[in-house]
Design a binder for this molecule. Structure first.
Ligand code: ADP
Ligand code: G6P
Length: 457
C-alpha cells in the first residue's frame, strides 16, 4: 500500500478540535500515513526541515511560521482574500500585494520541506485554501507522485473570481494538481465556469480541464462524518446544560461572518414577536467559539452579535427565562453530541458554507424514535444531500426562518421520524470512509491517465 501524505494548515493535537477539517481528517487518516501541518508556534528564523512529533497512529510533522507570515499568509491572503472571496464577501477582501507574495513564498518553502520527506509511491493529499499553490510548487521541484487537492470551502463564481487580479495564476495553481476535489456539484460548475474565462484553458470531457500542458480532473466529494460513531457518542453523552423547561433550538458554529448568525438571531427574535405563546417555552442555545480574532471582520461580527443577543434578551426575558444563551467557548465533542441530541431543533443557517458538518452531526446525534428537526440553509453544501429531510430555508429571509422554527417546534412525530430517516440513510450511505475512498480512487485514476503510455512494442 502506498503511503498517504496529508497536508493541512491545522495539525491534529490532543486538544478539542473545533474545525470541520481536523475532525473529518482525524477519522479519515486513522490507518497510518504522514500528516504535515502548522505547529502553531511562531519563529524568528524559519527552519528548512519539518519537525517530527512522536505518538499517535500516524506520523505528524510540522512547520513554524514567522510573525510576518502569520500576518500575511494566514490572516492575510488565506483569511482576508481567499476566505471572503469563496464565501461571497468580496466586499471584505483586502487585496494587499504583500499577502500574495507571502502566500507564494510560504507555499514554496513548505513544498521544499515536504519534498525532502517524500518516498517513491507516496500519494499527496493537500487540504484547503491555505495551500492552493502547493501542487504547483511541488511540481516545480520535480515531484512526480500523485497530488490531489480538496477545497473544504465553496468555489467562487466567475464574477467574484474576477475580483482577483491574478486569477490566471490561481488557475495555473489549480491545474498543477492531478485531482481538484470540491464539496458540492455547484462548486464544480463554478470552477468549470471560472476556467472557461482563463486564457488558453480548454475544458475536456468529464470534468477535466487543460491549461498549458497540465490536465486536472475536477469533481465533487461531499465531506462526511462517521454517523454510527457520532450516534454512539451522543447516546452516552450527558445532556446537562439544556433548559429542561423549554424546547431547545441549538446552533453550533465558529463565530464567522459566513455563518449567518445575525440573521439567525433576528429570525429568533421575530419568532418570539410573532408567537407570544412561546414565551418561556423555547430557548436558543448558540455555541460560537471565536476564531481569527485578529481580522477586523471577525471583531465586527462578535460586537454585532453581542448587541443583538442583548437586545433580544432585553426585550423578551422574564424573571425565570432567558430566551438566548450565547456561549463563546469550544465544547468537548461528547458534550456537544449530548446537546445536539437533547435539542428539538438544529439551526444551521450559513450564508455560504462548503458543506457544514454540524448539520450532519446534529442528524447523527438524534434519537431515531423521537428525533429533532434540522433547519438548513440552502447555501450549505449539505443541502444538496439533505434536502429531503431538512427544512430548507433562505437565511436572508428572516420571516421564513422564523416560520421554519415554528413549524419545526410543532412538527408531528411521524413527520419528524420520516425526515430523520431519510437523512440518516444519506449519512450511512456516504460516510467519511466513503469520502476518503472516492477521493483516493479518483486521484489514482487521474494520475494514471496522465502517465506516459508504455509502447506495447
Ligand atoms: P467550519 O469548518 O466552517 O468550522 P463545519 O460545520 O463544517 O464548519 O465544522 C465545524 C466542526 O467544528 C464540527 O465538527 C463541530 O462539531 C465543531 N465545532 C464547532 N463549534 C464547536 C464548539 N463550540 N466546540 C467544539 N466543537 C465545535
Ligand atoms: C474551516 C476551514 C479549515 C479551518 C477551520 C478552522 O473549517 O475549512 O481549513 O482549519 O475552518 O479555522 P482556523 O482558521 O481556526 O484554522
Amino acid at each position: 500500500m502506498s503511503r498517504l501524505v496529508v497536508v493541512s494548515n491545522r495539525l491534529p493535537s490532543g486538544s478539542t478540535p473545533s474545525g470541520g477539517l481536523v475532525v473529518a481528517l482525524q477519522d479519515a487518516l486513522a490507518d497510518g500515513g504522514l500528516w504535515v501541518g502548522n505547529s502553531n508556534k511562531l519563529t524568528d528564523t524559519p527552519a528548512d526541515r519539518l519537525t517530527r512529533h512522536e505518538g499517535g497512529k500516524f506520523t505528524r510533522m510540522s512547520f513554524d511560521l514567522t510573525e510576518e507570515e502569520q500576518r500575511d499568509f494566514y490572516l492575510g491572503y488565506s483569511n482576508s482574500v481567499l476566505w471572503p472571496l469563496c464565501h461571497d464577501r468580496v466586499d471584505l477582501m483586502e487585496l494587499l500585494p504583500q499577502y500574495l507574495e507571502s502566500y507564494r513564498a510560504v507555499n514554496k518553502r513548505i513544498a521544499k520541506m515536504i519534498a525532502r520527506e517524500l518516498q517513491p509511491g507516496d500519494r499527496i493529499w493537500v487540504q484547503d485554501y491555505h495551500f492552493l499553490s502547493l501542487g504547483h510548487e511541488l511540481r516545480q521541484l520535480g515531484v512526480t507522485q500523485p497530488i490531489g487537492f480538496f477545497l473544504h470551502i465553496p468555489f467562487p463564481g466567475p464574477n467574484a473570481f474576477a475580483a482577483l487580479s491574478h486569477g490566471q495564476e490561481v488557475c495555473r495553481w489549480i491545474a498543477a494538481f492531478d485531482l481538484f476535489g470540491l464539496q458540492a456539484r455547484r462548486d464544480v460548475s463554478a470552477c468549470l465556469q471560472v476556467f472557461r474565462t482563463a486564457k488558453g484553458a480548454e475544458l475536456l470531457l468529464n470534468g477535466r480541464m487543460k491549461l498549458e500542458d497540465k490536465i486536472v480532473q475536477v469533481a465533487s466529494f461531499p465531506i462526511a462524518i462517521d454517523p454510527e460513531e457520532f450516534a454512539r457518542t451522543a447516546r452516552n453523552a450527558p445532556t446537562a446544560g439544556l433548559d429542561d423547561a423549554a424546547a431547545t433550538i441549538i446552533g453550533v458554529d465558529r463565530l464567522d461572518y459566513s455563518k449567518g448568525l445575525p440573521q439567525r438571531f433576528r429570525a429568533y427574535g421575530h419568532l418570539l414577536d410573532a408567537h407570544p405563546e412561546l414565551s418561556g417555552q423555547v430557548a436558543l442555545l448558540q455555541i460560537a467559539p471565536p476564531t481569527r480574532e485578529a481580522v477586523k471582520a471577525y471583531q465586527d461580527i462578535r460586537d454585532e452579535l453581542e448587541q443583538l443577543s442583548g437586545h433580544i434578551n432585553g426585550a423578551h426575558a422574564t424573571l425565570d427565562w432567558t430566551p438566548i444563551r450565547y456561549i463563546h467557548r469550544s465544547v468537548p465533542r461528547e458534550r456537544l453530541a449530548g446537546l445536539y441530541r437533547g435539542a428539538r431543533v438544529g439551526l444551521v443557517t450559513p450564508l455560504a458554507d462548503g458543506m457544514n458538518l454540524v448539520a450532519k452531526e446534529y442528524v447523527a446525534a438524534q434519537d431515531a424514535d423521537d428525533p429533532g428537526v434540522l433547519i438548513l440553509s440552502k447555501f450549505a453544501g449539505a443541502a444538496e444531500q439533505l434536502f429531503n429531510g431538512a427544512l430548507i430555508v433562505n437565511p436572508h429571509d428572516i420571516a421564513e426562518m422564523a416560520e421554519a422554527m415554528n413549524q419545526a417546534l410543532n412538527m408531528p412525530l411521524g413527520e419528524r421520524r420520516e425526515r430523520h430517516q431519510s437523512m440518516r440513510r444519506v449519512l450511512l450511505d456516504k460516510d467519511v470512509a466513503w469520502w476518503r475512498e472516492q477521493f483516493l480512487t479518483a486521484l489514482s485514476a487521474s494520475w494514471q491517465s496522465s502517465q506516459p503510455q508504455m509502447d506495447p512494442a
